[in-house]
Design a protein around this ligand. Sequence first.
Ligand code: HEC
Ligand code: HEC
Ligand code: HEC
Ligand code: HEC
Ligand code: HEC
Length: 455
Amino acid sequence: MTHSVASRTVLLRHPVAVAGMALTTVSAVAFVVLLAAVLTGFDRNPYVGLLVFVLVPLLFVIGLVLIPVGMWLESKIVKLEGTSTRRWSIVDFSNPTAVRWSLLVLGLTALNLLLVTFAAGGAVHWMESPSFCGQTCHEPMEPQHIAWQSAAHSQIACTECHVGEGASALIQSKLAGMRQLYHVITRQVPRPVPGVANMRPAQETCGRCHWSGRDIGEVLRTRHDYADDEENSESVTNLQMMLGGPGRKTSATTAIHWHADPDVHIEFVSTDADRQTIPLVRLRDRNGAVKEFKVESATDEQIAKGSRRVMDCIDCHNTPAHRIAQTPEQAVDAAIAVGDINRSLPFVRREGVRLVQAEYPTKEQGLDEIARDLRTFYSTRTTVDATALAGAVTALQTIYRRNVFPSMKVTFGTYPDNIGHSTSAGCFRCHDGEHKAADGTRISDDCEYCHKQLD
Ligand code: HEC
Ligand code: HEC
Ligand code: HEC
Ligand code: HEC
Ligand code: HEC
């Protein structure tokens, strides 16, 4: 049996086919509106991809499927009855009641579209907030979300740094967001969550608030370290950091922020995902002179396989918004230095470090165990100040809560900090005296190049 075009069109009258057509039309409109919002940068949220690229197209496809299903159902009716008995009701515009009804339907449809758009807009706004990034995706992003709450940048939304500008960056981040959401739903999130491979140039993130031309001069950094003895003996290190600025040297005739000079171009090759191994550095200085520093033991093949990157702020400041302490010692020392842990408690540094770095099966058990164990340790000493002990318990629990995430396999030092050189290679990834140019010069590893130690 062959259908003429006209008879096929007739089959579209089945309510299921009509619903299908309505669904495709509405979702097509919604898709266009949302896509426009994405492309014009109205929305910068990665997870809106779920809406634009999954949910709406899904409705569209369901609509498309419903149309032939409806036609098929109608064709069965046609076959059964020999002819179609149902008829489209034709709107007679000379009839005022019909016109009123048509206007009502039209108005309601418009209202519907408006509601859908508003709902989508609201969802988008909600998804853009750090609470969505940190709490809805609760477990995977918990380490960064908790660290971010006490960072200098805690007022800056995750998306401000993590979602790029421009159409391609936006689409990319939507697709990445979808993949991540899929991983969350299917429980395939990598643990720990790996570093970000390709953040956009820092000029577009940091550069919106920080001016790279600023001359910071010399800045004093004081570090307090404590020993494992009964007195928790203190040692203090004062470092005069030679920060300077582009074209602004310090008293050491160098400037750390020279790297951030827009007229200085440093490109490097790294051979691991965390960019910790850097066999080649290519420098084009302010005068345009080019120099290549290479690690002698690195082969051409290793270098060819590595990934290239232009150095910017985040190659040193890689934990500006969610720094997890590098070592338990650093975290405990910092708490003693500010008085959160009372230094008068005998051996508190040694015990504190032991307790926050011990492995516990879950976070809750860790928190309980830290409190119980510390109280047990001091229970034999009658002279211990109860307030100081309670304060130490709270401070150690805070350190543990902020830095250790057993279920995400994140702990002290999981994410290397590139700003110094004591806990991971940091500056010494290049300034190790091994990176040599053809003329025999090396990237400096002179201690006084970057800081002066004051007494
Ligand atoms: C001030 C900018 C900034 C803000 C705000 C920010 N981040 Fe980051 N984030 C970074 C930088 C820089 C990196 C490191 C990129 C690199 O190493 O190439 C990073 C890395 C990450 C990583 C990879 C693992 C790691 O810790 O290195 C995750 C996950 C992450 N951020 C999540 C978040 C979440 C969630 C928020 C909000 C609660 C957030 N970020 C807010 C700048 C930021
Ligand atoms: C939306 C504006 C904004 C953006 C974007 C931003 N910052 Fe900041 N940053 C600030 C403000 C404001 C402060 C001072 C905060 C304070 O002192 O409490 C600050 C402080 C800092 C500090 C000193 C405090 C510290 O944590 O050591 C560093 C370093 C820094 N920013 C680096 C960066 C880097 C690197 C980026 C890019 C990844 C960046 N910032 C992006 C606004 C911003
Ligand atoms: C070569 C590594 C390096 C690069 C690249 C770099 N910085 Fe820094 N920056 C440092 C170091 C080291 C410090 C001192 C940190 C410390 O001792 O706590 C610092 C300190 C800062 C501070 C705090 C200054 C203060 O008054 O305490 C800000 C803000 C800052 N950097 C922003 C930036 C921005 C924005 C960029 C990119 C335009 C950038 N930095 C590029 C290494 C770098
Ligand atoms: C990707 C490689 C690389 C990294 C990482 C790096 N540097 Fe450099 N740095 C260079 C090169 C190349 C030079 C130029 C050669 C030289 O002066 O030894 C340089 C020069 C310097 C200078 C002298 C600049 C001037 O005024 O002439 C200072 C100071 C410095 N770096 C500090 C740091 C500090 C601090 C860090 C870590 C926070 C760091 N660098 C990380 C590559 C790097
Ligand atoms: C390329 C620059 C650079 C060079 C070279 C360098 N340092 Fe540092 N150093 C840093 C930076 C950056 C920090 C981090 C300061 C901070 O934590 O705020 C640091 C921190 C330190 C600290 C305090 C941090 C800690 O964990 O104890 C000491 C001590 C120190 N350096 C000693 C040295 C000595 C000794 C040398 C020579 C072998 C040296 N540095 C060479 C950049 C450098």
